[in-house]
Design a protein around this ligand. Sequence first.
Ligand code: FES
Ligand SMILES: [Fe+2]
Length: 354
Amino acid sequence: MSAIPRNQWYVAAYGTEIGRDLFARTICGEPILFWRTESGTVTANSDRCVHRRFPLSQAPSRLVGDQVVCGYHGFTYGPDGKCVAVPGQARVPRTARLTPYPVVEQDSFVWVWIGDPALADPARIPRAPYLDSADYTTVCGLEPLRARFSLLVDNLLDLSHETYLHGGYIGTPEVADTPISTEVDDDAGIVYVSRHMDDAECPPFYAKSTGLAGRISRWQDIEYTPPCLYKLHSRIAPVGSVPNPDGTDPDAFHVEVVYAITPETEHSTHDFWAVARDFALDDHEVSEFLAENNRTVVLQDVEALNVLEQVVQTEPPGYQELSINIDTGGLAARRMLARMAGQTPRNAPAERTR
Ligand code: FES
Ligand SMILES: [Fe+2]
């Protein structure tokens, strides 16, 4: 049985990836074809010609105006997936239609609905407005991960790994040493994990980008909306500084780290990452530094999770992981994901943390 929840919105691409060229990406095991119409709307349809299954994203298939022409025998489809012309006969079979996917472009992402289109409600797409807000500057990327998406969820929900896997980049001793608090909002479908370090070493990632010297107050507030959108609200400030009662926070630097965790297949994942900041907005050097540094950090995770995927796949069934307090958020996320996928959670009997 699949571990991938259906009837959910997933990030398929950055809006900037999709233009007037045919663009293909496999999302949750489904090959999908995207293009932008002449009026600028993103379309999403199955990437298989209904005739002999030739991928429409594959040359010599091509876009002509707002229609895609199959490169094998010329079946031609409109943006809604309906076939409008076939070779050698005037009559187009009624059933000649690509499967169209509900698609929404929002917050710099292209979201697709995987599941029953009748259930697709754009209001349910979680938001990350800073990614295309003029008040923030964002750097972003996408890394292929050869591991199941749940391993990335585990990884992102437990940031104590920063101290070990990302030492010298974003990890300092205080991350692993400071206890977390976890809250689960089952109605809203959100897992929150917070770690507030009030007197911590400033890792190079933040020292170089903010210019703060010396020790800092560092808050990490995770907000994960399963299955796809993960946000880390990161606050960096001089020690002793707290937000004002009205919510303003002039002494602090705010970084919104966003991941979209999109299964490609059961065992591979599209790891979208973005870092939005509310300071040094026009400073290209800061942008370059954060982009390069964050990509390095993401690749450290990718390397570790690629190894873990191989371990998990080759292990005999029944391995019992041992969970401790740091895993509380990850376990809550696993429960939600298992419910969404109609499964029982991995490690269900061992969920009491020790
Ligand atoms: S496979 Fe596309 S037209 Fe034949
Ligand atoms: Fe990491």
